[in-house]
Write a protein that binds this ligand. Structure first.
Ligand code: ADP
Ligand code: NI
Length: 183
């Protein structure tokens, strides 16, 4: 945990330690309902952004591998964790559905963190970090976030996504009401 916390120190764009921790929580919730290796899910979730190109310029999962090596995980386990991590990212796997259950679970867990109250907060934090006013970030809901519930791999994630989706729709309706967009 401390390693992950240090790695992401000073990052406020919604990708930091707190995101990794929430993705881990989501992933463990989904893993209970799926046939999978919970140890791989747990570590892949915690490490899923440890080598994200937006934050780090590491190659071949160097940050994740260093952590796993320091904690004496056998090479096969490290390999499975890195494979799961790499299958989660849209850019790294060309948009394909992850081949392992562990990859599919962590992908769902990561996507769930873009939805609901947390998703709303992250969207405005991201937009603000890029110098954009809130009005401009509203478009991101329609462009991406409202599509995510139909992209989930697992039943449990689909169920949680439905609730978080409804919450975002209520938020957008209230936004339209308060800004006069609904008039
Ligand atoms: P991750 O790598 O964790 O899957 P992303 O890098 O796609 O997440 O996005 C991080 C957060 O920033 C998400 O909550 C996402 O919805 C938000 N975000 C990404 N692009 C935009 C954008 N153009 N405007 C507002 N928010 C965005
Ligand atoms: Ni992530």
């Amino acid at each position: 945990m401390e390693y992950i916390r240090k790695l992401f120190q000073g990052n406020a764009d919604g990708h930091g330690f707190d995101h990794s921790f929430r993705v881990w929580r989501n992933a463990m919730m989904i893993a209970e309902e799926e046939i999978c290796d919970p140890q791989i899910v747990s570590l892949a979730a915690l490490l899923h952004d440890a080598d994200d190109y937006k934050l780090f310029s590491t190659e071949n999962n160097a940050n994740a591998r260093r952590f796993l090596k320091e904690h004496c995980f056998p090479p096969e386990t490290a390999e499975r964790i890195c494979a799961a991590v790499n299958s989660v990212s849209f850019s790294k796997n060309g948009g394909k559905r992850p081949e392992t259950a562990e990859g599919r679970i962590v992908q769902d867990a990561d996507r769930l963190d873009a939805l609901g109250a947390v998703g709303i907060a992250r969207t405005f934090a991201f937009g603000g970090g890029h110098g954009r006013p809130p009005e401009e970030s509203i478009a991101h809901f329609h462009a991406k976030l409202l599509l995510l519930k139909d992209m989930m791999n697992t039943d449990k994630a689909r169920e949680i996504a439905e609730e978080r989706h409804a919450f975002m729709e209520a938020f957008l309706r209230e936004w339209d009401r308060e800004t006069g967009a609904a008039d």
